[in-house]
Design a protein around this ligand. Structure first.
Ligand SMILES: [Zn+2]
Ligand SMILES: [Zn+2]
Length: 492
């Protein structure tokens, strides 16, 4: 699967556009188009339903993006959320210090009268044997010593641009769950273990964003902070370790349930030396993206670090009263953190197929019906027949009360099917002469329409009156075969 194919399909069919494209675009920002926003909303809605709505131990919040600047002091982001940068004194180009040696470099070779060469990353010059010491971009400037560059977007609160007004766009949603821990605990009268979920935007001023929507400076997260009593044992194990494994399994199962193939997913345990200083253990779920195996989400055991830090900096107690042991404890927290944009990219890449059907090529996005941006397309077989068009439009209005449904009569039926396949619409409904009859010949219609299923391309004839019930069944997860067995095939 090639990323360019996805980028091009995304633009052509209204999933993702480059941000501010008519002005030449902005670095690493993307806009979700009419189908992209539906897909993205479906991912968030299903995640929220499965991990918040369906669970008695979960609640949600929606916090503001601008927070008190001390939040970022306490969390460690102000001091540690940095990358080391070097600048070229000549061309002013800026590089990540740890990436400079991974770039091909420009060299004016003294052994060949100063001829200019581009030399592969990390290699010496084949003529003079020199290694890179100057700027890899211009080949002339000296590089500064590394300086720490904070990845948080800085801005000012209020009309005065002074130091006291500095604040930041949040680089993660997690901190809002920690600073609201006591508000949520008290207002909802919760018992450990319980989790707080949030889906929302975060911002990181990445030095090297890229790979389409994989790494962007503005992105959306779906995060859960799951608080447990570190003194509890579950199945003979410390509660935090037990719940960490449970969340790893649940998240893995979730991605598989909505369409990611098992062999496109794997777990990666963080090594001791790559663990964040507060983390007891971190496991990534990696996906086989078009760019290769990369992080889809991380599940970290953050211990009691965050609550203790915020308690220290705010002077407020952030503890839980353990009724059984009659003592206050600082809960441990397990954090399943997923990126919405990355999940969308993974679902799209995994759903993409090029197939040959009866000698004809088709591109199809085999989205899980719950994620598909459009659930049903209503297609009239003859757009010149008023009664067919009227019936089709009535059906669209009826179904659209429950689902995203589109009407299309702008091409011949084969073409209309291909269009819906390409955006992953699981079901098409066609209305034909048989449906409405032919009054001139005195033939009455059978008031049945054809439903075509995307993956098998099988068709069944279903009474119009039963459409809502049939789609409710299918879109609630019933397999096609369970429904299709009850109805005849067209003209069969
Ligand atoms: Zn330079
Ligand atoms: Zn040389």
């Amino acid at each position: 699967m090639n990323m360019d194919v996805l980028v091009s399909l995304s633009k052509r069919r209204g999933f993702v556009f480059q941000s501010s494209e008519i002005y030449g675009g902005t670095g690493s920002c993307w806009d979700y188009g009419p189908l992209g926003v539906e897909l993205k909303n479906n991912i968030k809605r299903v995640w929220w339903r499965d991990f918040v709505q369906n669970r008695a131990d979960m609640v949600g919040i929606d916090a503001s993006i601008l927070m008190h600047p001390t939040v970022w002091k306490a969390s460690g982001h102000l001091d540690h959320f940095t990358d080391p940068m070097v600048d070229c004194r000549e061309c002013k180009h800026r590089f990540r210090a740890d990436h400079v040696d991974e770039l091909p470099w420009t060299h004016y070779c003294p052994a060949t009268k100063g001829n200019k060469f581009t030399i592969p990353a990390g290699e010496p010059c084949g003529h003079c044997g020199q290694r890179r010491t100057l700027c890899p971009e211009c080949g002339k400037g000296e590089l500064t010593a590394p300086r720490q560059f904070n990845l948080m977007f800085k801005t000012f609160m209020g009309p005065v641009e002074e130091d006291a007004a500095v604040t930041y766009l949040r680089p993660e949603t997690a901190q809002a769950m920690f600073v609201n821990f006591d508000n949520v605990l008290q207002s909802m009268r919760l018992k450990l273990p319980f989790g707080i979920a949030q889906a929302g935007r975060s911002f990181r001023n990445e030095i090297t964003p890229g790979n389409f929507i994989f790494r962007t400076r503005e992105f959306e997260q779906m995060e859960i902070e799951y608080f447990v009593n570190p003194n509890d044992k579950v199945d003979g194990r410390p509660a935090d370790e037990y719940w960490h494994d449970r969340w790893i399994e649940d998240c893995m199962a979730w991605f598989r349930r909505y369409g990611l193939a098992a062999d496109n997913l794997r777990l990666r345990e963080h090594e001791r030396d790559e663990l964040a200083h507060y983390a007891k253990r971190t496991v990534d779920i990696e996906d086989r993206f078009p760019i290769g195996w990369s992080e889809l989400m991380g599940i970290a055991n953050r211990t009691d670090f965050d609550l203790k830090q915020h308690s220290k900096w705010s002077g407020k107690s952030l503890t839980y009263f353990d009724e059984e042991r009659k003592e206050h404890v600082v809960p441990y927290v397990v954090e399943p953190a997923a990126g919405v944009d990355r999940a969308l990219l993974a679902f799209m890449a995994d759903a993409y197929r090029e197939e040959e059907v009866r000698g004809e090529k088709r591109v199809v996005l085999k989205f899980h019906p719950e994620l598909a941006p459009v659930k049903v397309a209503v297609l009239p077989l003859l757009k010149k027949r008023d009664d067919i068009v009227r019936t089709a439009q009535t059906i669209r209005v009826d179904l659209a009360k429950h689902w995203r449904v589109v009407y299309d009569d702008t091409a011949a039926i084969g073409r209309l099917y291909r269009r819906q396949d390409e955006v992953g619409t699981p079901y098409c409904v066609t209305i034909d002469v048989q449906t409405v009859g032919d009054s001139e010949r005195g033939e009455v219609g059978d008031l049945r329409v054809t439903i075509r299923e995307r993956d098998s391309m099988e068709q069944i004839r279903v009474p119009i009156a039963e459409l809502s019930t049939v789609f409710r069944e299918l879109l609630d997860g019933a397999p096609w075969s369970q429904v299709s067995g009850r109805y005849p095939s067209p003209r069969g």
